[in-house]
Design a protein. Structure first.
Length: 757
């Protein structure tokens, strides 16, 4: 059986022991996919199992195809008979056959996200609700979360906790929207993605004959990436395997990073409780990374309390130490990363495809993209558009362009009804026709709109014209940043994005803020003599123009978020933005569970690297148009110092305390152990100079906290509240601290003591 060749002992055990419940804990780079595919091939080739009796569930179609191709290489065309695919595709197949028992025809429609949002938008309008409060994204996410917890609309409306949550979020009608949405989907013979799992659970719960039919059919159930399953997926697989008990789950709790999508790490942590005779196999040999990278990753993940203990190791070479890059700003960080990529490629004769830059949020790509362009380094964005091609960025740029040049028809068409102001495409077409018929510019027609169109639309266009004229005056009187900020605020776009509290909405808002940061950097740069908005737009136009070189050698550096990088690997990895409140994200500091998920995300980032890992942070970063002081991430302290060294581009007095390039690795530990302390000395507050509260320090009730109040924080000391954000359940306050500057704090987490002024 040559397909068993070159398997190590634990891998061989995972392939050969096919009977009974089994959990394969697969460390990063340990050959998980190979074991899972060879296990299925072994069932067919050596055990004689009919492929029709095997169910293999994955999270992506790509993974399913890769596995099927590998199995086909061993067993031939029989591999095509395996029930293999994503959870949604497999259960849609079952519902096509059995959905009649739930009242659905076999040809039911599957709604995608846009279909669902469109329906919710219609329901909100029909109910006369405020569409700025009941945004389709927000409502759909709430309904999706309920379905993933198997909460029907009936249970939702009868549960006082859900209703209270909606009331506190000032969205008391979500439950009723859920009820109408479910009813409309059913009447339309449609299911959304969540319904495919939700209804499969209902089918198996209420129709035991159907459940028994599939329990008998699927004698072997295998689940890939089990750490990413939600409650709904977990219960379905548990029910299907209940008769034969031949269930095999494969995953790594250390790579569970999708809680925001409903994934529940407890499914893998507690799996042993479901099966008394569970066989646990640990794949601990890493075939991907160097010893330094593997050991550094271990030292990080060992800080988590909630985990299945394992000791990942490798026989690969020791490799280079992890290098830390300190930059004075996010702009310099981009330059240092770009120049390091260029130099490493030249020095080691590498391809640009060997490099990847990972970041916590999409908005961070802007500085990296600009630096790569200036170094003539081509790149590609995975899982997102290039920064200047994102819709919200193009929307703002269109406003800026049109405020400068009122003959820009494409910019006009993009912004005239954004945000919505009652000017539809038909009205714009009338304006264009009138301009051609009367030999006038479109702007002249707009300025004299009441001569061509009447009613509400004409009034809306007149208001638009007045706004653009005001913007034009701002551009003439102010520098690029001041003018752009004014336009972003007064156009209504910034407010619309700010009011969308979904993950997508927050990302779009951050992206616009990042654009304003770029303009601020442009204005602050003494090399740019012309500080006008027109000069900035010209630079951006040149920066983002399409490269006419038709070279298709795919020599591209990869840029993506860490979430998108899971499952991938590159020789050289750069993780940028290693700063507090960025990574870990400020939104993930309210509980230990959230913080541990962020640490798992960092573990995933580290373990993408095969040969070399760089970690970078900035002492200052533009956020919301202001230059903010930054603290290095606490995750840098999680790494055992013996695996770190300071990058050769490292600047500052502490450079003399560290190993120079070429230093013999064995003599480095005496320098490396002081790394984090040295970083802290030059870049921000340390535990030694944090505020020490008195013994009488007791956090106050902050429900009545208002601007101007004096407060005390256990770490940052005394400060004054400068701004309150009371929207939603997560109330925030901006506090200007005497010794640490302005910080934004989640009040549920910050524990402030209020002092009398």
């Amino acid at each position: 059986m040559d397909y068993l060749d070159n398997l190590n002992e634990p891998q061989l055990e995972g392939v050969m022991n096919t009977g009974g419940p089994c959990m394969i804990i697969a460390g990063a780079g340990s050959g998980k996919t190979r074991v899972l595919t060879m296990r299925i091939a072994h069932l067919i080739k050596a055990k004689g199992v009919d492929p029709f009796h095997i169910l293999a569930l994955t999270f992506t179609n790509k993974a399913a195809k890769e596995m099927r191709d590998r199995i086909e290489g061993v067993v031939g065309n029989e591999a095509r008979n395996i029930w293999m695919g994503t959870f949604h595709s497999i259960f849609a197949r079952i519902l096509r056959a059995e959905g009649g028992k739930l009242g659905y025809p076999g040809n039911f429609t599957i709604y995608d996200t846009e279909d669902s949002k469109s329906l919710i938008k219609s329901i909100v309008k029909e109910k006369g609700l405020d569409d700025k409060v009941y945004k389709p994204n927000t409502v759909l996410n709430r309904i999706s979360a309920a379905k993933n917890r198997l909460v029907s609309w009936q249970e939702y409306l009868s549960n006082p906790i859900y209703l209270a949550d909606d009331e506190s979020a000032m969205k008391p009608e979500v439950g009723n929207i859920y009820r109408i949405y479910a009813d409309r989907c059913f009447k339309a013979s449609a299911m959304d993605f969540d319904d495919l799992l939700f209804n499969t659970n209902i089918l198996f719960r209420d129709h035991l004959d159907v459940l028994n039919k599939y329990q008998q059919r699927f004698k072997y159930v295998l689940v890939d990436e089990f750490q990413d399953t939600n409650l709904s997926q977990y219960l379905i697989t548990k029910k299907l395997a209940a008769v034969h008990q031949n269930i095999c789950v494969v995953g790594d709790d250390a790579q569970s990073i999708y809680a925001f999508r409903g994934a529940d790490i407890q499914n893998i942590l507690n799996f042993e409780k479901d099966y008394a005779d569970l066989r646990v196999i640990k794949l601990e040999q890493n075939y991907r990374s160097t010893q330094n990278i593997v050991e550094a990753a271990n030292s990080v993940i060992n800080k988590n309390r909630a985990q299945l203990k394992k000791n990942v190791w490798t026989q690969n070479t020791q490799g280079d130490l992890i290098e830390v890059i300190k930059a004075t700003s996010d702009n310099e960080e981009g330059k240092l990363v770009a120049s390091t990529i260029f130099e490493e490629r030249m020095h080691h004769q590498l391809s640009y495809t060997d490099f990847a830059v990972l970041y916590r949020t999409n908005s961070q790509s802007r500085a990296i993209e600009e630096a790569l362009r200036r170094n003539n380094v081509k790149y590609k964005i995975i899982g997102g558009l290039s920064f200047y091609q994102r819709k919200e960025i193009k929307d703002i740029l269109a406003y800026l362009r049109f405020a400068i040049n009122q003959h820009d028809e494409q910019a006009l068409r993009r912004i005239i009804n954004l945000p919505k102001r009652g000017i539809g495409p038909a009205s714009v077409d009338k304006v264009v026709v009138a301009a051609y018929e009367h030999d006038m510019s479109i702007w002249e027609v707009l300025e004299n709109i009441h001569s061509f169109i009447s009613g509400r639309t004409a009034n809306a266009i007149a208001d638009f014209v007045t706004m653009i004229k005001a913007f034009k005056l701002e551009i003439e009187r102010k520098d690029a940043f001041e003018a752009a900020t004014h336009i972003a605020k007064n156009s209504g776009i910034l407010r619309a994005l700010y009011e969308d509290k979904t993950i997508e909405g927050l990302n779009r808002y951050e992206n616009v803020q990042e654009l304003l940061n770029a303009i601020k950097e442009y204005v602050d740069n003494p090399e740019n003599e012309d500080k006008t908005l027109g000069a900035f737009l010209q630079e951006i136009a040149l920066l983002t123009s399409v490269d006419q070189d038709n070279n298709e050698d795919n020599e591209l550096v990869t840029l993506m978020t860490i979430h998108m990088a899971k499952g991938l690997e590159f020789k050289y990895i750069f993780v940028v933005g290693m700063e507090e409140d960025l990574f870990p994200s400020q939104m993930m500091l309210t509980s230990r569970a959230d913080l541990e998920e962020e640490r798992r995300l960092f573990y995933v980032a580290i373990t993408r690297a095969k040969a070399k890992l760089y970690l970078s942070y900035a002492l200052n970063r533009y956020r919301f148009g202001r230059l903010k002081n930054c603290e290095p991430s606490r995750f840098l302290e999680d790494i055992d110092p013996q695996f770190i060294k300071v990058n050769r581009l490292f600047k500052g007095s502490e450079a003399n305390n560290f190993n120079p390039v070429g230093q013999v690795q064995g003599t480095h530990s005496r320098y490396a152990k002081n790394l984090v302390n040295s970083i802290r000395k030059t870049s921000g507050p340390t535990s030694q100079n944090y505020h020490k509260p008195g013994k009488d320090f007791i956090p106050s009730d902050t429900s009545g906290l208002t601007e101007g109040m004096k407060v005390e924080h256990a770490k940052f000391g005394f400060g004054v509240v400068t701004m309150m954000d009371n929207l939603g359940a997560n109330r925030k306050a901006k506090v200007n601290f005497e010794n640490f500057g302005e910080k934004t704090l989640l009040l549920s987490f910050a524990k402030l003591k209020i002092h009398d002024s």
